[in-house]
Design a protein around this ligand. Structure first.
Ligand code: HAM
Length: 423
């Protein structure tokens, strides 16, 4: 049987690549506006980075990582990155960036890998655009990244966005809340789904956002984190909300938004585009004030988010917000006969020197077929070179839109075409 692409992965063919360039350009522009610089980190890392960074009890680490070892490293395993925050922090520490910059603002665009059950909007290889701010505990930064996501999504014309925010507390206030949750769920343990039974003592907050209907019912009336935040977390969250209000951001407070990665502290958020259905989270993020220290760096508050690029493209497609493919004004050189072919090749190359898209036949087509092809690729100008033209040291230039023609000396043809195209 023919070899197929792995399940949950996608090929993007040339007709789709324009859409990727389109969204990437907007992403780069918004990053420039908000002062973020690009980083590129390896697509695989030492597995320990994700075990320690994301958390051993998370679904991502327990079920979804692509982990492998290589012949020369039998005692060490590597993992295809399931996300990029842990890698960004690793790079921040390894390159001692903390000692060089007061505030670090980074962004990234690239593929991530999670062995999840594939469905519309959920893939095993997917792409994230993400941004991380390291070195500030100010609520200004929390609000700023949320505003940045919304500005980006709105600049594409996307509406009907739903912003969910929560505070998940910190190591000071979470343990007491955790105990409260355990006490609440313990009597119902047997009725919880097998995953939540396991989460009960390891990570009971995750029960709150379990998608299982029984678990959802069982968590009605569960203690809410807002009532258990310490003063610092409470005040921080109040200020985030004040700033979001000041920026006219509409949001929902969602005490069940706990996010699937263990590093979060204080603010957690998600931006959803509901028409996407089950996989409606277009972006998610939050504060991770303890992660740098957890990876053996100096205590450094941080916050960030990542956006699923495939999900964004699905949303834009749904709303018909993707641009028509741009047509470059291109040139096609029709050549008849061997001598003309050599001359045509010279013309094509000299026109290309000016970065003007220019093509000639490479399949031995007839003149009629060459003209048909020139039409198909939307050539604006066609240069026709036959034996007669060659003998006279001339070429015919046809304007495809009007079918008008003119005769131009071969010696100036490429300059002539260049000035026609570039104006
Ligand atoms: P996350 O919520 O796991 O967070 O992923 C962020 C976004 O990536 C999701 O909202 C979704 O749009 C997209 N995404 C996740 N998994 C898939 C998948 N299997 N297929 C398609 N898209 C997917 C993080 O990854 C954190 N690192 C975000 C962050 C940065 N927090 C702080 N800094």
């Amino acid at each position: 049987m023919a070899i197929r692409k792995p399940k949950g992965t996608q090929d993007f063919l040339p007709e789709q690549i324009g859409n990727w360039h389109f969204i990437e350009q907007y992403m780069r522009d918004i990053c420039k506006t908000y002062g973020f610089n690009e980083i590129r980190t390896p697509v695989f890392e030492d597995t320990k980075l994700f075990l320690r960074g994301i958390g051993e009890t998370t679904d991502v680490v327990q079920k979804e990582m692509y982990t492998f070892s290589t012949g020369d490293h039998t005692d060490q395993t590597f993992t295809l990155r399931p996300e990029n925050t842990a890698s960004a922090v690793r790079a921040y520490l390894e390159n001692k960036v903390y000692g060089k910059e007061g505030l670090t603002k980074w962004f990234y665009i690239g593929p991530m890998f999670r062995h999840d059950k594939p469905q519309a909007g959920r893939y095993r290889q997917f792409h994230q655009f993400g941004a991380e701010v390291l070195g500030s505990q100010s609520p200004v930064v929390d609000s700023e990244v949320i505003c940045m996501i919304l500005q980006l999504l709105r600049s594409f014309g996307l509406q009907d966005l739903n912003v969910e925010v929560n505070s998940v507390g910190c190591p000071n206030c979470r343990p007491a809340y955790r105990e409260k949750l355990i006490a609440f769920f313990e009597p119902k343990k047997e009725q919880l789904c097998p995953d939540c039974q396991e989460r009960l003592y390891k990570n009971p907050l995750r029960i709150l956002d379990c998608k299982n209907e029984t678990c959802k019912d069982l968590s009605v009336g569960a203690p809410e984190i807002h009532e258990h935040l310490c003063t610092e977390c409470h005040d921080h969250f109040e200020e985030v909300k004040t700033l979001l209000d000041a920026a006219n951001v509409q949001y929902n407070l969602n005490p069940r938004l706990v996010r699937g990665l263990d590093y979060y502290t204080k603010t957690a958020f998600e931006v959803q585009y509901t028409p996407l259905g089950a996989q409606s989270a277009v972006a998610g993020g939050g504060r991770y004030d303890g992660l740098v220290e957890q990876l053996e760096g100096p205590s450094t508050p941080a916050i960030g988010f990542a956006m699923g690029m495939e999900r964004l493209l699905l949303a834009l497609e749904k709303q018909n917000l993707l641009p028509e493919p741009a047509v470059d004004p291109s040139v096609f050189v029709v050549a008849l006969g061997d001598a003309a072919k050599v001359e045509a090749f010279k013309i094509v190359q000299s026109v290309r020197e000016h970065y003007i898209p220019c093509e000639m036949d490479g399949q031995g087509k007839s003149m009629k077929a060459q003209l048909k092809y020139a039409n198909k690729i939307n050539a604006k100008y066609v240069i026709i070179l036959g034996d007669d033209e060659l003998a006279n040291g001339e070429a015919i230039v046809r304007f495809m839109e009007t079918s008008e023609q003119e005769t131009v000396p071969l010696s100036t043809i490429s300059e002539h075409i260049t000035s026609l195209v570039k104006g």
